[in-house]
Design a protein around this ligand. Structure first.
Ligand SMILES: C[S@@+](CC[C@H](N)C(=O)[O-])C[C@H]1O[C@@H](n2cnc3c(N)ncnc32)[C@H](O)[C@@H]1O
Length: 194
């Protein structure tokens, strides 16, 4: 049966993260893409913040930074980006907050060696740093891929970490497609409420 794609709200974790970003970000905001990769999310965020906003983006692979640089240059968005060849766990050293949103898409660079994947230890440090940087009302989204070993570790560690956040300061939502395989990507959404 045909259906209207616009009304198909439960596609996948990345899609949900993008939906929340669209609802949260306004023209002129500063935001962070914590995992640049091929630059698709950086480009998407550039569109949301507009010409007066700014996107800080991080990756540890020079290849990711170069692919992203090319993508944003072609779109005419270079001036609204700062692309950093640095681990997201150092974001507090590079960005002076507050920012409206921080987007994490964990795992490895699509189309490259799987050797460089995000790691539980640095992911937790980075989410912690992100929560320090977001403005009241700001959000952090984290897409996690438990289909590989390190991704499963990240998922377990993040679940523990977010469930211990003070409910007075943060609202946390965990999205899991409960009738799908255990390997299906999950999404955490964290909002600072004051
Ligand atoms: C799934 S990809 C991101 C996809 C990207 N958002 C896109 O739109 O194409 C995950 C990226 O995280 C990067 N990464 C791994 N460890 C990192 C770290 N400590 N800090 C920042 N990026 C890291 C990898 O190099 C990889 O490019």
């Amino acid at each position: 049966m045909e259906y209207d794609q616009e009304r198909f709200v439960l596609r996948n974790a990345r899609h949900l993260a993008a939906d929340y970003m669209m609802r949260s970000i306004r023209e002129g905001d500063a935001v962070i893409d914590a995992t640049m990769g091929n630059g698709k999310d950086t480009l998407f965020l550039c569109g949301l913040v507009g010409k007066n906003g700014h996107v800080y983006a991080f990756d540890v692979q020079a290849e990711a930074v170069e692919r992203t640089r090319e993508r944003v240059r072609e779109a005419g968005y270079a001036e609204r980006t700062t692309l950093l060849l640095a681990g997201h766990e150092t974001m507090g050293d590079h960005v002076r907050g507050p920012v409206q949103a921080v987007m994490f898409n964990l795992g490895w660079l699509p189309g490259a060696e799987h050797a460089v994947t995000t790691k539980t230890d640095t992911t937790l440090k980075a989410v912690d740093a992100a929560l320090e940087l977001i403005a009241p009302g700001g959000i952090v989204t984290v897409c996690v891929y438990p289909g590989h070993e390190e991704g499963m570790r990240e998922l377990e560690a993040l679940r523990t970490y977010v469930s211990e956040l003070s409910v007075r300061t943060f609202n946390v939502l965990y999205h899991s497609f409960v009738n799908a395989s255990l390997q299906t990507p999950r999404l955490f959404l964290i909002q600072r409420n004051k």
